[in-house]
Design a protein around this ligand. Structure first.
Ligand code: SF4
Length: 143
C-alpha cells in the first residue's frame, strides 16, 4: 500500500499573479523538445528559430533566456504577466507542486516563503497534487 504523504489532506494554492517566480534571482526554466515546439508554435516560429532566439544551454539541460536582471525573457514588466502564458512550460504550469517542494513540510514552508500564493487560497486535493507531480516528473525526464 502506498504511504500517505504529509500533504495527504491537500495543500492550498492560488496564484496571485505577483510575478515573483518569473523575476528576480537568476534561475532556470527548463524546456524539452515538446515544450519548445509548443512555445514556437505559439509565437509562429520554427522550433529551431525559437531555440536560437530564446533558449540557452546549461549543464543540466536547456533553459529559457533571462534578462540581465534575472527576469524571464517572456515576462512583461508592464503588465507583470507572462507573454506566452497559454504555451508556458510545464515547470511554470505545475508550480508549486514539484518534488523538491513536497519532500517535507519544511520544503513546503520554504516555497511559501517565496510564493505568496502557496499555502493560500484554493485547497488542492491529493489527487490533483499527484497529477501535477506526474506531469512535472515526466517533462523533466525529457530534458
Ligand atoms: S510567485 Fe506564486 S503567486 Fe506569485 S506569480 Fe508566481 S506562482 Fe503566482
Amino acid at each position: 500500500m502506498t504511504k500517505r504523504p504529509w500533504y495527504a489532506d491537500g495543500l492550498r494554492f492560488t496564484c496571485t499573479g505577483c510575478g515573483d517566480c518569473c523575476t528576480g534571482d537568476p534561475g532556470a526554466v527548463w524546456v524539452n523538445d515538446e515544450e519548445i515546439a509548443a512555445l514556437a508554435e505559439h509565437l509562429e516560429l520554427s522550433p529551431k528559430d525559437f531555440e536560437r532566439r530564446y533558449v540557452r544551454r546549461l549543464a543540466r539541460g536547456r533553459s529559457l533566456f533571462e534578462r540581465f536582471n534575472g527576469d524571464c525573457v517572456f515576462f512583461d514588466p508592464e503588465s507583470r504577466g507572462c507573454q506566452v502564458y497559454e504555451a508556458r512550460p510545464v515547470q511554470c504550469r505545475t508550480w508549486p507542486f514539484w518534488d523538491e517542494n513536497l519532500e517535507s513540510e519544511d520544503a513546503w514552508c520554504e516555497a511559501e516563503g517565496s510564493c505568496p500564493g502557496a499555502g493560500e487560497g484554493e485547497l488542492v486535493s491529493l489527487d490533483r497534487i499527484r497529477a501535477q507531480l506526474r506531469v512535472h516528473r515526466a517533462a523533466r525526464k525529457k530534458d
